[in-house]
Ligand binder design. Structure first.
Ligand SMILES: *Cc1c(COP(=O)(O)O)cnc(C)c1O
Length: 423
């Protein structure tokens, strides 16, 4: 039993696996771990930029980066530098993006329960688009928006499509908290109401059918359903959402952003969308996931009769996806990246519950033990952004690497940061 060395396709584009060390962006992961401490998120700037460029090119003008997958000021600026817009869903996300210096005109505002504050700030700042989700929001917009200033909107609709993905991240079916149902007539009613409000301009519709989707067919089905609305209303914009899946473990294969974009565009033409309709998308995971890795340090190794537990200095507070969705990950030792992985362990965190498992059965080289560094690839999406202070842990630092240089973009949280909220 055992597994070969870590598959390079799971790692950032610039990764070099050498004897005794692993380099990303020309920087050694073990050197980074020593300098910045662990757990540490490391992002390859070249990979982030390449994925943004790929998306910007295939969808022409109008791709948004879904910031919930990973957001900090440096990431917001990078996405906009590469020609993308930025999706936000809360005032917190909007605030980080605007503070980073990105113009409100690059911001798209989502949310299924936007507060008065969030709506007002979006309107006052003059965001690029606001995606309207429900009738109560329309009531609030009616009070807020005046004919003096235009609010540019899309209407989020539920096409009634069941994407093949985890039920927690499936959003296109009828039974969902997101958007207006097409089948029930709610979408039609919402569009009519919005059109009657002076100051609101409805550009088109938006549908996001879920996340971690590997089969492009679900998008094609969605497009056919949406086509009708766009034709009838003379809309000039259609957003197919995000959700393109990525490979997390050995052997998984996902479509590239280019393949996804090409098929979506072809399908749009096939169902009769005129070329004048602005076809947009909003990938998150497909941009950030593979660009990032997490470096941990092993602190305890405990053999029990059934298996060996290997505990690292993070866990469900920096990567809750295994607990939330049962997601699989790989692991490797950055000091022995070319070694056969012959040691099976359950890779666990340091939190006070048995469910705090990062990898149920991780394969690592024989040499890996206490004081070793262990890296989990493909943690660039929904890792840091879902990180918590559970057990009053301090959230990890994040570094970007490029051309042999590392720059800290988010410093490690300290216990003083945690104490700041005490009154
Ligand atoms: C989460 C989300 C996305 C991004 O999803 P990914 O799976 O990260 O691509 C895009 N649009 C909306 C509306 C979302 O909620």
């Amino acid at each position: 039993m055992g597994q070969g060395p870590i598959e390079k396709s799971l790692l950032p584009d610039t990764t070099v696996l050498a004897h005794g060390e692993t380099l990303i962006g020309g920087v050694s992961l073990t050197e980074l771990a020593k300098e910045f401490g662990t757990p540490l998120f490391v992002y390859d700037e070249a990979t982030l930029r390449a994925r943004c460029q790929e998306a910007a090119q295939i969808f022409s003008d109008g791709v948004a980066f879904a910031s919930k997958s990973f957001l900090c000021g440096a990431m917001a600026r990078l996405a906009v530098e590469e020609g993308l817009y930025i999706d936000v869903a809360t005032e917190g996300e909007m605030d980080i993006v605007l503070r980073s210096g990105v113009s409100a005109q690059r911001v798209i505002v989502h949310g299924n329960n936007k507060s008065d504050n969030e709506l007002r700030r979006a309107y006052d700042e003059g965001v690029h688009r606001l995606i309207v989700d429900n009738f109560d929001e329309i009531d609030r917009l009616e009070k807020l928006v005046t004919s003096e200033k235009v609010l540019h909107c899309l209407v989020r609709v539920t096409p009634g499509v069941e994407a093949h993905t985890h039920e927690f991240v499936r959003t296109g079916q009828e039974d969902t908290k997101f958007g207006f149902s097409i089948n029930s007539g709610a979408a039609r009613e919402a569009i009519d109401r919005l059109k009657s409000i002076a100051g609101i301009r409805v550009h088109g519709i938006h549908a996001h059918i879920g996340s971690q989707i590997f089969e492009v067919d679900a998008y094609l089905e969605t497009l056919a359903i949406l086509a009708e609305f766009v034709f009838e209303d003379g809309f000039d914009e259609l957003c197919v959402g995000g959700g393109l899946g990525v490979a997390y473990t050995t052997g998984e294969v996902a479509p590239t952003i280019t393949e996804w974009g090409e098929q979506v565009r072809q399908a749009a033409w096939a169902v009769g969308f005129p070329a004048s309709v602005r076809l947009t998308a909003e990938p998150g995971r497909a941009i950030t996931a593979q660009a990032g890795v997490t470096v941990y340090k092993v602190g305890a190794v405990k053999p029990v009769s059934q298996r060996t537990y290997m505990a690292v200095d993070g866990g469900m507070s920096d990567n809750p996806r295994p607990v939330l969705y049962g997601s699989g990950y790989e692991a490797f030792d950055p000091s022995y990246p070319l070694a056969e992985r012959t040691q099976a362990v359950r890779l666990v965190g340091k939190h006070c519950e048995s469910g705090d498992v990062l990898i149920d059965e991780a394969w690592l080289p024989e040499q890996t033990g206490v004081e070793s560094f262990v890296v989990t690839p493909v943690t660039g999406a929904y890792g840091y952004s879902m990180a918590s202070n559970y057990n009053r842990s301090t959230r990890p630092a994040v570094v970007f690497v490029l051309n042999g240089e590392a720059r800290l973009v988010l410093r490690r949280e300290t216990v003083d940061d945690l104490a700041r909220l005490e009154v």
